[in-house]
Design a protein around this ligand. Structure first.
Ligand SMILES: Cc1ncc(COP(=O)(O)O)c(C=O)c1O
Length: 414
């Protein structure tokens, strides 16, 4: 006899809330106050040209991730836009994108008046399938934005090989994967450019919002720096601004917090790995709910966890399993986000007024259809739930997660 589920009136496994993620301590508080006191006593300002904190943060970030250059930005979306802006793309270029990612990784493609082309994924990892990437390449393709979703590194070797063959730029989207490793290398140091989000809730934050663009290519670096500051003529003999850009500059206040957070990052990621291993050990015997697949020779930096559900082994749909787990007190969601081309704003081409640009742009002159594609992206969504985890979980939380997963599986197993 299985235990009575909480969703059917039984006692929940977990009656106290999961611990809050405490992301800052006295070190960040002191760093902010220290900067405030310095500016109050000596003058200076909080924008990046009023001090040296952003410069230091960029140097430290690049050194930490193993690249030559970094450009700080105001958000992860701004970082993706800056990475694309550094490429000086013509209107109507095609940019290959992951289909399951944050809209902030796709909107910048459209702001560049370029066309997102969504490649399909490995249904077990949610990350780009290199073969599908290759099938998406046309004579218009200029770049591939590779998302390392949920902290799982995408399979970079074949993607870099395809990019080399077709002369494409690879931008790694590391928003959800700070410190993850692919074959011994930190993600963010493998592609031609990388973009990080430093929003609160990410592994490390520059205090609310922030982003970083990494590269080893000096010309791309100068272009990124120029783009993020309205096209300013950095490293140029021309005296006035060089091209259309944005003001995406990070502030000194963001940078002081980010610098402390960067020091804490390795320990945060290690603790998350330990939490995931504790959960993995405890649910090894389950048949219908497992942890999402991790590819060979990588070290993920878990942002949240994918739970793989085997619907053929269960009497109820995944949505009911998720509802039952929520009733047991678990921070579970039935599915992760959306397949981007299914979202209203992309489906209805809600971009520049009612123009449907850039899809309708005469400079592009092609028709793109997104419907009926991406079977594996849909399959990935159908087969996985998500579980929120973070570094403040203890053995108790892992015990409760395992107990609830076991209890619900037992009740619904065929
Ligand atoms: C994969 C991915 N890319 C880009 C972004 C955009 O970052 P931001 O919210 O800092 O603009 C996010 C945000 O969560 C993300 O998860």
């Amino acid at each position: 006899m299985s235990e009575r589920l909480a969703i059917e009136g039984g006692t929940p496994v977990r009656t106290v809330p999961f611990p809050a993620r405490i992301q800052i301590d006295e070190r960040e508080i002191e760093a902010v106050l220290g900067l405030m006191r310095k500016v109050a006593a000596e003058g200076g300002a909080f924008d990046r040209y009023g001090g040296t904190e952003v410069d230091s943060y960029e140097r430290e970030f690049a050194a930490h991730f193993g690249t030559a250059f970094a450009t700080a930005t105001s958000s992860g979306t701004a970082a993706i836009h800056t990475a694309l802006g550094a490429l000086r793309l013509d209107i109507g270029c095609e940019i290959i994108s992951a289909p399951i990612t944050d809209p902030g990784a796709v909107a910048p493609i459209l702001w560049c008046n370029c066309i997102p082309i969504f490649a399909d994924v490995d249904p077990e990892t949610f990350n780009l399938d290199p073969q599908s990437v290759e099938r998406c390449i046309s004579d218009r393709t200029r770049a591939i934005i590779v998302c390392h979703l949920a902290g799982q590194p995408a399979d970079m070797d074949p993607i870099m090989e395809i990019a080399r063959e077709h002369n494409l730029v690879v931008i790694e989207d590391c928003a959800q994967a700070h410190e993850a490793e692919y074959k011994g290398r930190k993600v963010g140091s493998i592609g031609h450019l990388a973009a990080f989000s430093l929003m609160s809730g990410k592994h490390s934050t520059s205090g609310g919002q922030g982003g970083m663009v990494l590269t080893n290519d000096e010309e791309l670096y100068w272009n990124a720096k120029r783009f993020a500051d309205r096209g300013k003529p950095f490293n140029s003999p021309i005296e006035t601004n060089l091209f259309l850009g944005m003001n995406y500059r990070m502030t000194e206040l963001q940078a002081v917090i980010g610098r402390v957070q960067l020091q804490k990052l390795p320990a945060i990621v290690e603790k998350r790995r330990a939490v995931v291993e504790m959960i993995r050990e405890r649910i090894q015997d389950l048949e219908a709910i497992r942890l999402g697949r991790v590819i060979e020779d990588v070290k993920p930096s878990y942002w949240f966890l994918f739970l793989r559900v085997h619907p053929e082994k269960l009497r109820v749909p995944k949505e009911q399993v998720a509802a039952a787990l929520q009733a047991e007190g678990l921070p579970v969601a039935a599915s992760y986000a959306w397949v981007i081309p299914d979202m209203y704003w992309i489906r209805e081409r809600k971009t520049y007024g009612e123009s449907r640009c850039p899809w309708s742009c005469p400079y592009y002159g092609k028709e793109v259809r997104y419907d009926g594609q991406l079977p594996n992206a849909h399959l990935a969504r159908e087969q996985h739930m998500t579980l929120a985890i973070h570094e403040c979980y203890t053995e108790q939380e892992c015990d409760d997660i395992a107990r609830a997963l076991r209890k619900v599986e037992r009740a619904y197993l065929k």
